[in-house]
Ligand binder design. Structure first.
Ligand code: MRU
Length: 365
């Protein structure tokens, strides 16, 4: 996708040296476009943990490149297994991280140490390219949902609500939830996005609004609590969210607050879709609420907010009393019964064992 006319991806290998890894520092958006160069596995792990790079597919791709950086320093089998575990421990909920590292290890275990780094870069590049292709396909498979909503409304503007950032910044390119929106916008449909601000880290207000704006997609940032009201008044035609882990039965783990939006959508008859590449499906789990590990992040993300000052500087201020404790579960699980369906790279399906098995007989077993 483009930033001011220049094509970017969210992660790339330096074209000059051919090995260092670049990311856009998402903690600096929307105030500054800062590119960070990563040269070792500790920097890659820090970037994931500190959420300089975030979003399930992107952290998978970055972890793969992180392992490449690790192998440049030490390509022994012992170091490779240790560094893969180190990267896997950075964030617990998004399964793409473990998926990407398992794929790398499967490819590299039977490769000699002398050849490992080169093989690792090739595999990481394949993961990144496949992510782009899958997300582009999600856009194509999600487009009819927006076209059908437009047809129902006689061609009037379609309003889509989304939560958190599941756009190109959260993937290698295109995004998951935003891919059908970009595809519809590019096709000339009049689509407008309600952007949940997504407290506590405000990925909606800071990142989704920024990337939609850079692409020229009409959008409006709303407080997280506004979604139910907008739905009650007929102002949301459909909701599309991303996912960090989906069970084989279609339960969807996504950014905290997604479940409440699904409840409101259910009560108001608003279709609620999750856009999910197959790398986000955990075929080993059936009960998302019981089984998906939910990341607990720092309390300061809740008690503090960061924003731009009138003088252009960026500052973090505390909004809660100094002495108050805060809790910060970063994800929640929306049970499959509240999910209208899943948009995958192979098409759309019901959020159920049968629905997923029909599209992915090779994975579902
Ligand atoms: O904590 P984050 O910002 O990594 O959480 C990201 C989300 O919840 C996204 O909506 C999800 O990963 C889908 S990414 C395409």
């Amino acid at each position: 996708m483009k930033i001011d006319g220049v094509a970017y991806r969210s992660v790339w290998v330096d074209r000059g040296d051919g090995w260092s890894v670049h990311i856009i520092d998402q903690t600096k958006l929307p105030w500054a476009l800062k590119i960070v160069r990563l040269t070792d596995v500790a920097q890659a792990a820090h970037a994931i943990r500190a959420m300089q790079a975030r979003g399930a597919p992107l952290i998978g791709a970055l972890a793969a490149y992180g392992l490449c950086l690790a192998l440049r320093a030490d390509a022994s089998s012992e170091a490779m297994e240790r560094d893969a575990e180190f990267l896997a421990a950075t964030r617990p909920t998004a399964v793409n991280l473990r998926w990407a590292l398992d794929r790398m290890l499967t490819r590299l275990r039977n490769t000699s140490p002398a050849e490992r780094a080169a093989a690792a870069y090739a595999e990481a590049a394949a993961i990144a390219e496949e992510d782009v292709a899958q997300n582009e396909a999600i856009g194509r498979h999600g487009l009819p949902l927006i076209e059908e909503a437009a047809a129902r409304k006689g061609g009037r503007r379609v309003n889509v609500l989304t939560h958190c950032n599941a756009g190109w910044l959260a993937t290698v390119d295109w995004g998951t939830a935003l891919s059908p929106i970009y595809t519809a916008h590019n096709a000339g449909l009049d689509v407008h996005v309600w952007v949940d601000e997504t407290r506590p880290r405000n990925q909606g207000a800071a990142l989704t609004a920024w990337e939609l704006g850079k692409h020229g997609v009409p959008h409006t940032v709303v407080a997280d609590n506004a979604g139910g009201h907008l739905m009650q008044h007929g102002n949301v035609d459909l909701a599309i969210v991303g996912a960090d882990r989906v069970t084989r039965a279609g339960d969807v783990a996504n950014k905290i607050g997604t479940y409440l939006k699904a409840l409101a959508a259910h009560d108001n008859g608003v279709p609620f879709w999750a856009a999910v590449p197959s790398s986000t499906i955990d075929w080993t789990l059936s009960d998302g609420v019981a089984e998906i590990p939910i990341e607990e992040r720092a309390a300061t993300e809740v008690t503090d907010v960061t924003g731009r000052l009138p003088d252009g500087g960026v500052a973090t201020v505390r909004v809660a009393p100094q002495e108050s404790a805060a809790a910060n579960p970063a994800f929640d699980v929306t049970p499959a019964r509240l999910v209208t369906g899943l948009i995958t790279e192979r098409g759309r399906c019901e959020a159920s064992v049968a629905g997923l098995r029909a599209l992915f007989p090779d994975h579902a077993g």
